[in-house]
Design a protein around this ligand. Structure first.
Ligand code: RP5
Length: 182
């Protein structure tokens, strides 16, 4: 059986700067991936052919990134039953507001899991794909859980250091809450 992989499609090579985060995050978890520049509008036939081929070769999750009138994720979703994650790109004069609505507002029955505009969305697309793959991969599931725990410990350590640095002020000692400042 071939290893399941994630197919990353982007509408333009100019999207790669943002989508590099998706690639790097998948690589960090040793998840097999393919990256293609394919557009719903500019290369419709090649997009159709690639999605059908990737689906048949064992693609488990599609990630589709596009900006402006972003129809790539919806187009991919129309061609496969595999999960499709859409990433709105912050390109064009509306900086992704248009892409967000174009990606998220799918008609019932053809879902696209739309993440946030830009870099946070690009990273979360990889995490969401990893979580989907982890449903059938115990080692990956453990890796994701360990990373969450490590992140939480880091933040709690920062919180502790911050509290130690700033100290605490007893309620009432600042004069707040007293009538007319008396
Ligand atoms: C979209 O238009 C692309 O996904 C990109 O975000 C945006 C601009 O594309 P380029 O003009 O830079 O190729 O289709």
């Amino acid at each position: 059986m071939t290893k399941p992989f994630v197919a990353i499609l982007m509408g333009s090579d100019s999207d790669l700067e943002t989508m590099q985060t998706t690639v790097e995050t998948l690589d960090k978890f040793h998840i097999a991936r393919e990256v293609r520049v394919l557009s719903a509008h500019r290369t419709p036939d090649a997009t159709h052919a690639y999605v059908k081929d990737a689906d048949a070769r064992g693609c488990a999750v599609f990630v589709a990134a596009a900006g402006m009138a972003a129809h790539l994720a919806g187009t991919v979703a129309a061609l496969t039953h595999k999960p499709v994650i859409g990433v709105p790109m912050a390109s064009g004069p509306l900086q992704g507001q248009d892409a967000l609505l174009s990606t998220v507002q799918m008609p019932g029955g053809i879902p696209v899991a739309c993440v946030a505009i830009g870099k946070a969305g690009a990273m979360n697309a990889a995490y969401l794909a990893a979580q989907i793959l982890a449903l059938g991969d115990q080692e990956l599931a453990q890796w994701l859980a360990d990373e969450r725990r490590a992140n939480a410990s880091e933040i709690l350590a920062e919180d502790k250091a911050r509290r130690e640095k700033l100290g605490s002020v007893e309620a009432g000692s600042t004069g707040h809450g007293t009538k007319h400042g008396k």
